[in-house]
Design a protein around this ligand. Structure first.
Ligand code: FES
Ligand SMILES: [Fe+2]
Length: 438
């Protein structure tokens, strides 16, 4: 399969009515972190953080929390004469426009029009665009698609387990490029992990993947389709002789990189910008306490939550000495941003020039993802649910999603590597049941 500009230039767009925009609108997407939206149960305190403006899939929206503590997501511009509701006042039962005081509830019903005559029923003819929200795991998710297609909120294991703590974040990290397609490519790009995140910055020479070190076995790699997208599995050698890293990462459509206990979302803000969100679940330790790993994760989230040092034109400023210890280089997140934001030139809005790509054997995961995405575009055009939408009783259960990074002996690792996706899901299901989570 060739990946061509003519096709991709249709597919990168995320607005309403675009082929990919319609696929993205069939899933629940994170739109804000809970921490960035003030308020809670009890008397409403309007603040700088309630309401807040958010942009998702090219739509300008306003997010607020009324007296019930629940978030509501409305179109930004008032249905009356368009003033931004971001300047509105949050009240017990809704959000009031600053201009003439029209008030909307979380469903977009217009519940007051104070400038109209007291006996007027005009407000009943007004329905302001509103999207349903779910708040879980420190993130606020919204569904922007057609109401009749709205799926139940998916029970991702990293959001629904309650035998530990969830660290959420990254909501402040905006990327000045459209990378939802490249992110899916990158999730299944096994090789860049070893090169860009390792050897390139002074790690051991690449080779673990293609060629065994000394007389060690060659690294096995496989790509598989899953009920949510696709995944790759590898068993790579480590610095410790006899210890191998079992590595399984999932591309969860539409915009996630997921493992059993963590996920990162690359949510398109508009056609040329992306906002990242992330959560990771950390099970309590044997004493029922928050584990060290959660605290480390909190500390790690801080720099990437700070908005980041990337700005329009940053690459032109520093790109040529990227490899020489520039302070912007702060680990895999930054490396991935540099990788994805520079696949295309500024004049193309940083979109890759796909016509010029020379795909090799190591790109088979990328090709698989593009095919998978195109399949979803067709499914949605045919009126079907895209992959990963779960309805009915199964939607009540925590998803038995596998995906781990584990240090194992060759035999143990190989045994796990050889399991099919169904067998690994079965293992995850058993573990959830043992923990009383299902
Ligand atoms: S513009 Fe919002 S109430 Fe008039
Ligand atoms: Fe990466």
């Amino acid at each position: 399969m060739a990946i061509r500009n003519a096709q991709q230039e249709l597919l990168f767009r995320v607005g309403p009515g675009t082929p990919s925009g319609e696929v993205l609108r069939r899933y629940w997407l994170p739109v804000e972190t809970s921490a960035n939206l003030s308020g809670g149960r009890g008397p409403v305190q309007p603040s700088a953080k309630n309401p807040v403006s958010v942009k998702v899939l090219g739509e300008n929206l306003v997010l607020f929390r009324d007296g019930s503590g629940k978030p509501g997501l409305l179109a930004e511009h008032c249905s009356h004469r368009g003033t931004s509701l971001c300047y509105g006042r949050v009240e017990e039962d809704g959000l009031r426009c600053m201009y003439h005081g029209w008030k909307y509830d979380r469903e977009g019903n217009c519940i007051e029009t104070p400038a109209e005559p007291p006996d007027s029923n005009f407000r009943l003819t007004v329905k302001h665009p509103a999207y349903p929200c779910v708040e879980i795991g420190g993130l606020i998710f919204a569904y922007l698609g057609p109401p009749e297609k709205q799926p139940p909120f998916p029970k991702y294991p990293y959001l629904y387990r309650d035998d530990g703590i969830i660290v959420a974040g990254k909501g402040n990290r905006i990327q000045h490029s459209n990378v939802f397609l490249q992110t899916l490519d990158n999730v299944l790009d096994v090789w860049h992990r070893e090169i860009a995140h390792g050897w390139f910055k002074g790690g051991p020479a690449p080779g673990a993947i293609h060629h065994a070190r000394g007389d060690e076995p060659t690294t096995p790699i496989k790509f598989e389709k899953t009920p949510w997208g696709a995944c790759y599995v590898t068993l790579q050698n480590t610095r410790q002789p006899g210890i191998y890293e079992y590595h399984e990462t999932h591309a969860v459509l539409p915009v996630q990189r997921g493992r059993r206990t963590s996920s990162v979302w690359a949510v398109p803000t508009d056609d040329y910008t992306t906002r990242w969100f992330g959560t990771s679940f950390h099970a309590y330790d044997e004493h029922g306490k928050i584990p060290e790993s959660a605290i480390r994760q909190m500390q790690q989230n801080t720099p990437s939550d700070g908005g980041g040092p990337f700005y329009d034109g940053w690459f032109e400023d520093v790109g040529h000495w990227w490899n020489l210890g520039h302070p912007l280089r702060q680990g895999p997140i930054w490396e991935d941003e540099a990788i994805m934001s520079t696949q295309g030139p500024e004049e193309r809005g940083r979109l890759p020039d796909w016509d010029k790509w020379r795909l090799g054997t190591s790109d088979r995961g990328v090709v698989m993802m593009h095919e998978l995405w195109e399949e979803q575009v067709e499914r949605v055009q045919d009126g079907l649910d895209p992959i990963g939408i779960i309805r009915g009783p199964e939607a009540e259960q925590i998803m038995p999603m596998p995906g781990d990074v584990l240090n194992l002996s060759w035999e143990e690792g190989k045994r796990r590597f050889d399991l099919s996706i169904e067998e690994r899901m079965e293992m995850s299901l058993k573990e959830l049941q043992e923990r009383g989570q299902r």
